[in-house]
Design a protein around this ligand. Structure first.
Ligand SMILES: [Ca+2]
Ligand SMILES: [Ca+2]
Length: 159
């Protein structure tokens, strides 16, 4: 029975190893783009609340984007001025990413997050005219982006 246990252990190890492919297969035919070890997609749905935007991302197998570094923030520059990202403090007093990743990098605008009226619990990514960007906490039931002409939301596919 010692041999049996060893065989079981080998089977378990093989199963784990075969699952640890670090390279995602981004569904480029459906608009997903690879950057680093993640896949990203501009969601063309216009004017959604944070919850509705996140639901769209989850339905596609991803989540609202989490931004882990200045380099990733440079990649995630919005062509519009206001799109949702995954950061929120809906459930806890600390800000958390909706995909469960840790908050390791921040890009708050001056004076943000200010939790205006005590109910700014979701975060928008604002891109300025010169191409820089910052985060602002804002009401979750705002409909983002406000522009009627273009309106991508960024989503992160969890490979
Ligand atoms: Ca808040
Ligand atoms: Ca704010």
């Amino acid at each position: 029975s010692d041999n049996f246990i060893i065989i079981i252990i080998i089977i378990i190890i093989v199963a784990v190893c075969s699952n640890s492919n670090p390279t995602p297969q981004c569904d480029t035919a459906n608009g997903w783009e690879q950057y680093g070890s993640n896949c990203y997609k501009l969601n063309s749905q216009l004017r959604k609340s944070w919850i509705a935007a996140r639901t769209d991302c989850v339905m596609e197998g991803g989540d609202l984007v989490s931004i882990q570094s200045a380099a990733e923030q440079q990649y995630v520059i919005s062509p519009t001025s206001d799109v949702w990202i995954g950061l929120n403090d809906l459930e806890f007093s600390d800000y958390l990413w909706s995909d469960g990743s840790a908050l390791s990098h921040t890009n708050w605008g001056p004076g943000e997050p200010n939790d205006h009226a005590g109910r700014e619990n979701c975060v928008e990514l604002v891109t300025t005219q010169n191409g820089s960007s910052y985060w602002n906490d804002i009401f979750c039931d705002c409909h983002k982006p406000q522009s009627e002409s273009t309106g991508p939301l960024f989503a992160l596919f969890l490979a």
